[in-house]
Design a protein around this ligand. Structure first.
Ligand code: ATP
Length: 460
């Protein structure tokens, strides 16, 4: 009869689509061939246990899967190469860290040699020692007990490794660090604590809570580089309940600890508005197509929209947002201040284009997504931005520059000007075929200058 760990592994396999279930067998077979002890760790054991405790559905487990974490007792890179022989995909090896990632059919398998870590100074990456470290010991370097449960795949298939009581904590919805200096060693765990507490509906138990408070008070956040902060905010802003985590980060003094101007930003918006942003992001996905902006960045821009311009760039730099994304955000903020008062609901499409085409598309898209109308002007701004993004900005005359020249427009700036006129007439519905365009151009040529035709076009 299957023991509990084996049952969990079976259940986990069932949560995977049939055509991906072989991954677990291949992992086991590769470990057997290389005589290595390996175990599944991190997110998957945690989530399958949550299914057992009816804390979540099994159905969406695979869809929400970010990666499969495997801890290898011994050489993870040797194991990765062995696995790769029977599980084709893309193998990336990091010799310096003793880790490897095999991506197979869209599933990322992270392979790590079991390790002991020590921290020379808060906020720095740890010194790592992998020699002769048992998986049980590796579990002791992790962030929270609920993330320190492993399910052995080989040799003792299904053995549950839970030396720190992670299962009980998970059942009781308790988030517990493994030692009192945990947040000092690695202050990214402050972010992770809030992320998991919201995701798992768990509470930081009192000793961990006190350690959290001490790390904030002693300004451990200052030891983190912007890049490390960005990664944590990226993870947070991709969570389903991202807006709650941002609000808690504010209340728990993480945001003001990063930059004083970030303090208090959550008082400017409500969770309902955060959910509305998600609806827009879902329903208007196409707005981001062809831009360099991802949904998580839109959320960052939205949460910080109320911040004063004076501090905005400095705060964004502190949290590691790339300069090109900061520029897009700053321009979107300026657009939302300057454009609405110049827009009116009676504006012709060509006038909307004249107003918006000077802004980079990334900024117009950002402005549209983060803008929450509170009055009629806001509603027409929103409509104009959307029309521009999805429709107006795609409108092009059918005639090429060469054809315009062939029809008699002099080569040089007049070609661009003529194109612009044709586009305006097309946008405003005065013309809609290639023949119309040809006629307009011939009239312009006969009149001797492109501008002379605008009036006749407007007359229809
Ligand atoms: P999810 O990806 O669903 O957020 P996960 O648990 O798989 O959850 P990862 O960030 O992939 O999260 O990390 C895998 C495991 O590595 C964690 O479960 C934890 O055991 C360990 N880990 C990750 N980051 C840290 C950290 N900063 N300190 C200690 N352990 C960590």
């Amino acid at each position: 009869m299957a023991n509990r760990g084996q049952q969990l592994l079976e259940e986990l396999s069932l949560a995977f689509p049939v055509e991906r279930r072989h991954i677990f067998d291949r992992l086991r077979a590769a470990a057997q061939r290389s005589s290595l002890r390996i175990a599944l760790v991190g997110g998957l054991p945690r989530e399958i246990l949550r299914c057992q405790f009816s804390q979540r559905e099994r159905e969406n487990l695979y869809d929400e899967l970010r990666d499969i974490d495997i801890v290898v007792e011994g050489d993870a890179i040797r194991f990765a190469r062995e696995l790769y022989r029977n599980l084709p995909g893309e193998l990336v090896v990091n010799e310096d860290f003793g880790t490897a990632t095999l991506t197979t059919e869209g599933v990322e398998i992270d392979l790590t040699s079991s390790r002991r870590e020590s921290y020379a100074a808060p906020g720095q990456l740890p010194d790592v020692d992998t020699s002769g470290v048992r998986i049980e010991e590796d579990l002791g370097r992790r962030d929270f007990t609920v993330n320190a449960v492993a399910l052995e795949l080989n040799p003792d298939y299904g053995a549950m490794l839970d030396p720190l009581g992670g299962e009980a904590d998970l059942r009781n919805r308790q988030l517990r660090i493994l030692h009192s200096a945990s947040f000092h060693d690695d202050p990214t765990r402050l972010f992770r604590a809030l992320r998991y507490s919201i995701r798992l509906n768990a509470e930081l138990e009192p000793v961990s809570m006190a350690a959290f408070g001490r790390a904030i008070e002693e300004d451990m956040l200052a030891t983190l580089t912007p890049e490390r902060v960005r990664y944590e905010l990226y993870c947070i802003s991709r969570e389903e309940r991202w807006h709650e985590i941002w609000a808690v980060m504010d209340l728990a003094m993480i945001l003001p600890g990063l930059h004083e101007a970030l303090g208090g930003i959550s008082s400017w918006w409500t969770l309902e508005q955060g959910s509305s942003l998600d609806i827009v992001l879902r329903n208007q996905k196409e707005v981001l197509e062809g831009t360099d902006i991802e949904p998580w960045l839109v959320r960052v821009a939205w949460t910080t929209l109320s911040m004063r311009d004076t501090y905005f760039e400095a705060a964004m730099n502190r949290i590691g947002i790339f300069p090109r994304h900061i520029r897009a955000m700053v321009t979107a903020r300026h657009l939302l201040v300057s454009v609405p008062e110049r827009l009116s609901s009676s504006m012709r499409p060509s006038e909307v284009v004249d107003l918006l085409e000077h802004f980079p598309r990334d900024s117009v898209a950002l402005a549209f997504l983060v803008h929450m109308p509170v009055d009629d002007r806001g509603v027409s701004t929103r409509r104009a931005l959307l029309n521009y993004l999805l429709e107006y900005s795609q409108v092009r005359p059918m005639l090429s520059g060469h054809e315009l020249i062939r029809l008699g427009i002099p080569a040089g700036p007049a070609v661009g000007e003529c194109h612009r006129r044709l586009r305006a007439m097309r946008l405003d519905g005065h013309i809609d075929s290639e023949e119309d365009e040809r006629n307009v151009v011939l009239r312009m040529v006969n009149l001797g200058e492109p501008g002379a035709d605008q009036a006749s076009g407007d007359d229809g």
